[in-house]
Design a protein around this ligand. Structure first.
Ligand code: 5GP
Ligand code: ZN
Length: 123
């Protein structure tokens, strides 16, 4: 059965900056959007190219994910190389900050995708 768009694209936390970006009340430099996911350039890029992939559904972070989020998470990951290529990257780094102690500042799950400098530092 086809999923209803309203269900799929539901945003549910209006105190959340990324929900506001998804809703369109805060502008962003969007590079991708479908019923489930959105991607936009980070406002404070740490590399030549730096964008974020995030679901329209408000999920806090990896810590709060469960089995039901499997499909969203895999779709987010699979989108990364496609968008990176479109942005001219031959290779890239992905980063997911989870929780305050993991350096997370925006509590709406997102994958950072960045690259474009000559060589990323080894970690
Ligand atoms: P976190 O530290 O939560 O993993 O990353 C949050 C990211 O969101 C940061 O890299 C920050 O620059 C970015 N960010 C925060 N507010 C905005 C905004 O209003 N617009 C955009 N495009 N990026 C934002
Ligand atoms: Zn949100």
């Amino acid at each position: 059965m086809k999923k209803k768009k309203a269900e799929h694209g539901k945003t549910n936390n209006m105190n959340c900056i990324f929900c506001k970006i998804i809703e369109g009340s805060i502008p962003s430099k969007k590079i991708f959007e479908n019923d489930e996911l959105i991607a936009f350039h980070d406002i404070h890029p740490i590399d030549k190219v730096h964008f974020l992939i995030t679901p329209k559904k408000h999920i806090e972070n990896l810590i709060s994910c469960n089995e039901a989020d499997k499909e969203i998470l895999s779709n987010m990951l699979l989108l990364a190389p496609k968008l990176a290529k479109e942005q001219g990257l031959q290779g890239f780094r992905t980063m997911i900050n989870s929780g305050v102690e993991g350096g997370q500042e925006v509590f709406h799950i997102h994958f950072h995708v960045y690259g474009g400098s000559t060589k990323l530092a080894k970690i």
